[in-house]
Design a protein around this ligand. Sequence first.
Ligand code: SF4
Ligand code: SF4
Length: 197
Amino acid sequence: MPQMTDERVLSRLREEDLSLLHEVSMKTAGVSRLEMCIQCGTCGGSCPSAMDMEHTPRMLFAMLRAGMRDEALRSNTPWICVSCYHCVVRCPQEVHIADVMYTLKSMAIKAKLYRDDIAPHFSQTFVDMVETYGRSFEFGLASRHYLRHFPLRMPGMMPMGFGMITKGRMGITPKKIRRMDQLKAILNRASQLELTL
Ligand code: SF4
Ligand code: SF4
């Protein structure tokens, strides 16, 4: 769950220092449009992984604007982002949110501020599910993540999970896509290309 309060970031924003924001923007491939963020929160509201993020994308970008380098680079948010681009297509300012997440991961690795277990395990579980079913399986993803890393938080998550299931927002069994063979061919080709880079 996102933890940092808006108040703490807002108090830092009063001493605004845009150098970190510009640095992240410049390091992002293409045009990030990070400076155009208007803090509307559409990204977090669209994000299927938001409940596992320490900070919503909106909050993370406010932290960059406030110059909170270490806190931003320690955040699990970029690692929990599964690059679904849902937020990107909905952002009214066309901020390239998923690409910024890649930049933050790269900066965190270089600064040795990433945590080397929880987030990579989450990413690997997601990849395993896509390779098996051709799509994400949120119920399985959340269950495995919480059972392994935060078992004591499981009871608190149950009401929300139950609500999502009863409203048809989340299934309790995985559904495989048709033509898995085509997806496997694409993934194999991507692996081959990766090896040549
Ligand atoms: S949706 Fe776009 S403009 Fe709104 S908070 Fe997210 S990044 Fe900023
Ligand atoms: S691209 Fe990342 S931040 Fe955006 S909606 Fe998908 S998981 Fe969330």
